[in-house]
Design a protein around this ligand. Structure first.
Ligand SMILES: [Zn+2]
Length: 344
């Protein structure tokens, strides 16, 4: 596997509405596969690889959770609001990159413990992200000359590779982008009329994928995602959902949709045929672009295929290499086999 590409994708910054760096990596990687690559008004990348068979839209979102500057005070401390769902407990003491006139690095600060300890109402309180402050460690005038309200910011973390895993900041959804790219490259034949979509602004409420699906008008849709792996100490057995080391998740339900059942089980059958580990998951939390692809235009038979990520939406997610490899193989197999999906 080309782990350097996954590292590059995780380290690239693509905040909602400013996904250009990730989009360019996607464009570069698929430019040999498609000579019809468009960018629409919202910034979605839509690439067409013609073939015989049903019109299949693969989707992976190219944005990630991050922050937008909301206020700069007279002492040069910067306030941000989160873009997407970020647990405030993971924010304190992080290094944050702020993309102002220059790129600055700041640290998330808070009142020192000897002050909060004396005030019981403050002691164990988790401070909302918008009430924390980022300290760029420079004079206030300099901060004000470099940073404006509306500038974007992200976790400052470099992806690392271990023997079994990668640890990085943006596997939601760069691991989806990765399996879309590498799965398409791996496919021995294109058994469908294939569209590859890098969708913008998923973290702001599944905003880009609908217009992209409206343009493509697919018959079948497959969202490729990084999803929550809850297989950690203390999680009840029936709420672990996708577990690491068991392959990609084929999702039948979440808070946003009920998947097309025949299409979902077709993908599970393909996984069986190719002996690719996979897990079928039913839950009522979370949502993916599959929810909007399903209901755009006259509707699309849609499901979602996701790689389990521990500590998702934090500066340090973990993905298991074996799950990512299985995801790449399954995407390749689905592209080859889609022509045999008869429920159209
Ligand atoms: Zn996602």
């Amino acid at each position: 596997m080309n782990w350097d590409l996954l590292k590059e994708l995780s380290d690239a910054v693509g905040l909602p509405g400013a996904e250009q760096d990730v989009r360019e990596i996607l464009r570069r990687e698929i430019s040999n596969l498609s000579d019809d690559i468009k960018i629409d008004a919202m910034g979605n990348l839509i690439a067409h690889i013609p073939g015989d068979g049903p019109k299949l839209m693969l989707d992976a979102h190219i944005d990630e959770v991050g922050f937008i500057v909301s206020h700069i005070d007279d002492d040069g401390f910067i306030r941000v609001i989160p873009m997407g769902g970020i647990d405030p407990r993971v924010f304190y003491a992080q290094r944050i990159k702020i993309f102002g006139r220059e790129t600055l690095t700041g640290v998330v600060g808070a009142l020192p413990p000897h002050i909060t300890r004396s005030d019981p109402s403050q002691r164990d309180k988790v401070i909302p992200i918008e009430d924390c402050f980022i300290d760029p460690g420079m004079p206030a005038e300099k901060v004000k000359s470099l940073v404006r309200v509306g500038d974007l910011a992200s976790f400052d973390r470099e992806c690392i590779e271990t023997e079994d895993s990668l640890i990085g900041k943006a596997f939601d959804d760069r691991v989806g982008v990765f399996i879309m790219i590498e799965g398409t490259k791996m496919a021995k034949e294109i058994g469908c009329d294939l569209y590859i979509v890098g969708a913008v602004q998923e973290e702001g409420g599944l905003r880009g994928a609908g217009p992209a699906a409206f343009e493509v008008k697919p018959q079948i849709g497959l969202s490729l995602e990084g999803t929550v792996a809850n297989d950690v100490p203390g999680a009840p057995e029936h709420k672990k959902f996708a577990q690491q080391g068991k392959g990609p998740e084929i999702r039948l339900s979440d808070a946003g949709f009920y998947a097309h059942r025949d299409w979902s089980f077709f993908i599970a059958d393909v996984a069986e045929k190719y002996e690719i580990p996979h897990q079928i998951i039913v839950k009522k939390i979370g949502a993916t672009n599959a929810a909007v692809i399903q209901t755009t235009g006259i509707g699309t038979k849609t499901t979602a295929l996701s790689i389990p990520v521990r500590y998702i939406h934090s500066p340090q997610g973990i993905v298991r290499k074996s799950d990512v490899e299985a995801g790449v193989k399954l995407v390749a197999a689905v592209i080859e086999e889609a022509k045999n999906f008869s429920e159209l």
